[in-house]
Design a protein around this ligand. Structure first.
Ligand SMILES: Nc1ncnc2c1ncn2[C@@H]1O[C@H](COP(=O)(O)OP(=O)(O)O)[C@@H](O)[C@H]1O
Ligand SMILES: CC(=O)OP(=O)(O)O
Ligand SMILES: [Mg+2]
Length: 380
């Protein structure tokens, strides 16, 4: 048994992460060390170009024993990581309309790997898994019960792989598990999660990854009445609305310049009014989101910033921290060397941390767990 678990932990796992603006990969060696990692930025690429880039890329990886994919949506069917087979692929395809920015590329990566490496087992690891602990009161939408039951409508929550890592690292860095932790994942997609004693209590993303604060190209939360008016009074079709809310809204839509926070900051500092307005609304929406998560927790002991924006834009962190009573940042902390850091002053009542997003580490863990479970089941 000990030999068995040692062999499993010596599996070389390749992790693939199809995000909305990037494709990230990490090849882990037999000892868990990173052999190779990288990222492809494809925010402005068309779907066909993304597929072509992916096919080229997937030819060049070092050999691995198992592959773990980040799948943002598991729906009601996949509550934890699962080995991919044709039935699972069918189940995942059915979820595409709920995450059209993410799932098509992840599914494409699965197919390409299947063609070129048919003997390497592939696993789907879900953003939604971490949020399966959200209580029904938080997960509900106030629509007729019959609809909720018929279609399984609920808040699923996303960025769970990232939040799982943030929670683990916060515990390690602080030397204890903060009872009331707020995790701000700020990347192309943005979400804020309330974590109570290490488990997800509530999160701003919902049935789809559109809900919550403003994002790079996604609108975030909108008045449902406004969506109805666009369709009924202004003739915008539901299909067009979905495309606009996913890909042409958020920071990009408001500014007309870019969904990239760094580019908008530069434009704003150079005097662009629309960029300034978009960033002000972005920050405002983050404060609303953080406030609501602090509210459901009944206060907060610690806050984590992670994701590309959370890691690299100190002025975003400062604006959010300033709105959390008791959270005082040490302005002299330098985050640019990408090492996880405590950001708060030693006497601050609320601790703040910058934690590098490592969805790859959690995907690897989920894959190794699956391999362990399967080998236990095989032994019985
Ligand atoms: N090294 C960096 N320096 C500055 N900003 C960055 C950096 N990396 C990422 N970002 C910001 O984060 C955004 C992408 O977030 P990220 O979490 O990396 O991507 P994704 O959401 O696709 O996983 C970019 O639009 C950019 O604003
Ligand atoms: C769920 C989600 O929005 O993911 P990403 O931030 O990687 O686009
Ligand atoms: Mg991401």
């Amino acid at each position: 048994m000990a030999v068995d678990s040692l062999m499993r932990s010596r599996m070389r796992v390749l992790t693939l992460n199809a995000g909305s603006s990037t494709f990230k990969w990490t090849a882990f060696g037999a000892g868990g060390e990173v052999v190779e990692s990288g990222s492809l930025s494809w925010a402005s690429e068309a779907a066909d170009d993304r597929r072509r880039q992916l096919r080229l890329l997937l030819r060049s990886f070092v050999p691995s024993d198992a592959i773990g994919h980040r799948l943002v949506h598991g729906g009601n069917r996949y509550r934890q990581a699962v080995r991919i087979d044709p039935q699972v692929q069918g189940g995942l395809k059915a979820l595409v309309p709920l995450a059209p920015l993410h799932l098509p590329m992840a599914l494409h990566a699965i197919e390409v790997v299947q063609d070129s490496l048919p003997d390497v087992p592939q696993f789907a690891c879900f953003d939604t898994t971490f949020h399966t602990t959200i209580p029904d009161a938080a997960a509900a939408y106030a629509i007729p019960l019959e609809w909720t039951r018929r279609w399984g409508l609920r808040r699923f929550g996303f960025h769970g792989l990232s939040v799982e890592w943030a929670v683990k690292r916060a515990r390690e860095i602080l030397g204890r598990m903060p009872s009331r932790l707020v995790v701000c994942h700020l990347g192309s997609g943005c979400s804020v999660t309330a974590v109570r004693d290490g488990r997800s209590l509530d999160t701003t993303m919902g049935y789809t990854p559109i809900e919550g604060p403003v994002m790079a190209t996604r609108s975030g939360s909108l008045d449902p009445g406004l969506l109805l008016e666009l369709q009924i009074a202004h003739g915008i079709s539901a299909i067009e609305l979905r495309e606009v809310l996913e890909q042409r809204s958020g920071l990009l839509g408001m500014s007309g310049i870019s969904g990239d926070v760094g580019r908008l900051r530069a434009a704003s500092l150079a005097g662009d009014i629309d960029a300034t307005h978009a960033l002000e609304h972005f920050i405002w929406s983050l404060l609303r989101a953080v406030g609501s998560m602090v509210g459901v927790l009944g206060g907060t002991d610690a806050v984590v910033f992670t994701g590309g924006v959370g890691e690299h834009h100190d002025w975003v962190r400062s604006a959010v921290a300033a709105a959390i009573p008791g959270c005082r940042l040490n302005e002299r902390v330098d985050c640019e060397n990408e090492v996880d850091r405590l950001l708060s002053l030693p006497d601050a009542a609320v601790e703040a941390l910058m934690i590098r997003c490592r969805e790859d580490m959690v995907i690897r863990e989920h894959v190794l767990h699956q391999l362990a479970d399967r080998s236990k089941a095989g032994a019985r």
